[in-house]
Design a protein around this ligand. Structure first.
Ligand SMILES: Cc1cc2nc3c(=O)[nH]c(=O)nc-3n(C[C@H](O)[C@H](O)[C@H](O)COP(=O)(O)OP(=O)(O)OC[C@H]3O[C@@H](n4cnc5c(N)ncnc54)[C@H](O)[C@@H]3O)c2cc1C
Length: 396
């Protein structure tokens, strides 16, 4: 089953939102408790995104010593935010919660911590526009809204959730500006070396570097990774990704806007109301695009990209976009040095993420949105779940 078939099996809503939604019934029951065995060694975690931080947090709960090595100047990875474009956090990567809110408690893994309501669902009165053959048709979501599980954070974000609940207990174990270039797991210890030649040693290592970077050969392994992993890395299709945020003086657009090519096997694109559910006076329209569709936008930059997007919207809304345009913010994930893409394509066979999730020699473990045991990948909750799988196996 690939991710799309999984979505279909979950009997999703009638309209095709480019981001994938999952009904709770489809999220497999999470999960066996993490039971510490005899392991009392040390762990290196490479990457401080959703998976790396969740791994560290769970090891901290188990009293196991660990260190996070992060290439970037701070934590967050593909769910970082911009807090200056408007008066609510702009999610530059992950934006929606694709499963039920119970996943927050699963991630925090501590019954004494109560998490207030931080997300909001779409309603029947929200609107869906389809621009096809030069005509815009807008309808209310109506009863389709009941089948959406995707939720928007309210003046909050995935980043804020981690920042509030996960980061405080692991902050002191994070080291930034440390790009790991090679991992040697041939001896008793695992040794990771950064691009400046510094070495870090531990008993086990959890790798959370995005799959695209392994494909680009940014990390060397000694011994080489098993053949099935090498083949999987080489063959995986990883979608390009871009998000564009446009501020306007008026809201002239529906909650969602799609085109005939909004969802294909090769990618997705959709405009949507970014300010939906936020306590804000600002009107912010977003473009989410991955795969081949994203590459069209990525073919432009600067003013040319702004003009391309405004022209596209002017055609749909009779010039309203240019008339009311105020500001633009672009996040091209292919240009982010420690991501270089969006995520593993939705149509990938689940064997890819399963093969990548398998540990090697009891020393090398994988966690991250492309390294999961599930029929679902490419999301924050699956990255966190993969961390639980890795830690459960590692501490046995
Ligand atoms: C455009 C876009 C929209 C998305 N929308 C959603 C959404 O709405 N909802 C949702 O749930 N998910 C969404 N996702 C997916 C979600 O963001 C990711 O699945 C999740 O954040 C991945 O977490 P991760 O820990 O696996 O990887 P990452 O967050 O990429 O973390 C990996 C970390 O490793 C670091 N790193 C890389 N190379 C090295 C190295 N050599 N040495 C040390 N550190 C290194 C990176 O800097 C990064 O911090 C979206 C993603 C994109 C790109």
């Amino acid at each position: 089953m690939d991710r799309r078939e999984f979505v279909a099996a979950c009997s999703l809503f009638g309209i095709s939102l480019p981001f994938q939604s999952f009904l709770q019934a489809c999220s497999e029951d999470d999960e066996a408790a993490i039971v510490a065995g005899n392991f009392d060694g040390s762990v290196l975690i490479i990457g401080a995104g959703a998976a790396g931080m969740a791994t560290a947090y769970l090891l901290e709960q188990q009293g196991i010593s660990y260190q996070i090595l992060e290439a970037d100047t701070s934590y967050g990875g593909r769910f970082r935010t911009n807090n200056s474009f408007t008066d609510f956090p702009i999610p530059l990567g992950a934006e929606w919660l694709h499963v039920s809110e119970s996943v927050f408690a699963d991630t925090v893994n501590d019954e004494s911590i109560q998490i207030p309501k931080i997300t909001q669902r779409y309603t029947a009165a929200d609107t869906y526009g389809l621009f096809s053959n030069g005509t815009l048709t807008v309808t209310e979501l109506g009863s389709d809204a009941n089948t959406f599980i995707d939720q928007k954070f309210i003046n909050y974000s995935w980043f804020d959730f981690y920042d509030e609940y996960i980061v405080p207990s692991i902050r002191n174990q994070m080291q930034f500006n440390t790009q790991i270039a090679s991992i040697d797991y041939s001896g008793d210890k695992v040794v990771a070396s950064d691009t400046d030649g510094n070495q870090y040693e531990a008993d086990k290592l959890v790798l959370t570097v995005p799959l695209k970077l392994l494909q680009l050969g940014q990390v060397d392994f000694n011994p080489a990774l098993p053949n099935n992993k090498q083949r999987t890395i080489a063959d995986a299709t990883i979608w390009s990704g871009i998000k564009i945020f446009l501020k306007f003086s008026e809201q002239f657009y529906p909650t969602f806007l799609e085109f005939d090519d909004s969802e294909t096997r090769e990618g997705q694109r959709m405009y949507y109301d970014v300010a939906y559910g936020q306590n804000s006076e600002d009107n912010v329209l977003g473009l989410f695009s991955v795969g081949k569709q994203a590459e069209v936008y990525q073919g432009f930059s600067g003013d040319a990209l702004r003009d391309y997007v405004l022209n596209e919207l002017d055609e749909v809304f009779d010039g309203k976009a240019s008339e009311t345009f105020q500001d633009i913010l672009v996040q091209n994930w292919n240009e982010q040095p420690f991501a270089r893409a969006a995520y593993l394509e939705d149509n990938a066979p689940s064997s890819i993420s399963r093969t990548m999730a398998a540990s090697v020699n009891g020393k090398l473990y994988f966690a991250g949105c492309s390294y999961t045991q599930e029929d679902d990948w490419s999301s924050v909750h699956t990255a966190a779940r993969s961390a639980r799988d890795a830690v459960r196996e590692l501490v046995r």
